[in-house]
Write a protein that binds this ligand. Structure first.
Ligand code: NAG
Length: 202
C-alpha cells in the first residue's frame, strides 16, 4: 500500500515536471501571470509587463515566444523613434542646440539603422529556431541584440546633457529603446538557458 502510494506520487511528480518543463515557476497560473513570470528576468520589469502584456495569452510560458515578442516590440518602438530622429534631422527649425547635438543627431540616425538591422536579423532567426542549430542560433541572436543595445547607447552618449525640452524628449524616447532592447536581451538569454526543449510544443 505504501509503495503503491509512493508510485502514484512519483508519477504525479513526473507529470508535473513534464507539464512545467518549459516554465521557470512551478505553479499553475492565470493568463495575467504569464507576462509577470516572463518579465521577472528583465531589468525594466514594469516596462516589460506593460509592453508585453498583449502577448500573454499566446506566449504563455514559452520562452521562445517571449523572446520573439520582446524583439518585435523593440523593433516597433525603434522604428518609430528612428522616424522621429529622421524627421527632426530634416526639420531645420528644430534646433537641438548647436554643434555637438547636431552631429549627435546625425550619428543617431545611422545608429538606429544599425539597431534595426540587427533586430530584424534576430527576429528572422528566432522565427526559425531548430533543435539541431539551437545554440549557434542563440549565440548569433545574442550577438546581434547586444550590438543593437550598444548602438542605442552610443546614440545617447553623443548628446550634451541639456535641459532643452526637445533634447529631453528625444533622450527619453531613445532611452526607452535602450530599456526595451535590454529587456529583449534578457528574454533571449532566458531562452538560451532554457534550451531547445521548448521548441517541441511550438
Ligand atoms: C516606450 O515604448 C513602449 C513600447 O512601444 C511604449 O508603449 C511607451 O509609450 C514608450 N515610452 C516612452 C517614454 O517613449
Amino acid at each position: 500500500m505504501k509503495i503503491c502510494l509512493n508510485n502514484v506520487l512519483l508519477l504525479l511528480l513526473l507529470l508535473l515536471m513534464i507539464m512545467f518543463s518549459c516554465s521557470s515557476a512551478s505553479q499553475n497560473k492565470e493568463a495575467d501571470n504569464y507576462v509577470q513570470d516572463a518579465c521577472s528576468v528583465t531589468h525594466y520589469r514594469d516596462l516589460c509587463i506593460q509592453s508585453l502584456a498583449p502577448f500573454s495569452n499566446s506566449a504563455k510560458n514559452n520562452p521562445s515566444r517571449w523572446a520573439r515578442a520582446g524583439v518585435s516590440v523593440t523593433i516597433g518602438e525603434a522604428k518609430s523613434v528612428a522616424q522621429y530622429l529622421a524627421t527632426t534631422k530634416r526639420n531645420k527649425k528644430a534646433t537641438l542646440g548647436r554643434g555637438r547635438n547636431k552631429i549627435a543627431l546625425s550619428d543617431c540616425v545611422e545608429c538606429f539603422q544599425d539597431t534595426l538591422d540587427n533586430l530584424h536579423k534576430s527576429l528572422i532567426v528566432l522565427r526559425k529556431l531548430s533543435i539541431g542549430q539551437f545554440s549557434s542560433q542563440l549565440d548569433d541572436v545574442n550577438t546581434w541584440v547586444s550590438a543593437a543595445l550598444t548602438d542605442v547607447d552610443t546614440c545617447l552618449d553623443g548628446f550634451d546633457e541639456q535641459k532643452g525640452k526637445r533634447v529631453k524628449y528625444l533622450l527619453n524616447r531613445v532611452s526607452n529603446v535602450t530599456y526595451l532592447t535590454s529587456n529583449a536581451l534578457a528574454l533571449v538569454n532566458k531562452l538560451a538557458t532554457t534550451g531547445p526543449k521548448c521548441l517541441i510544443n511550438e
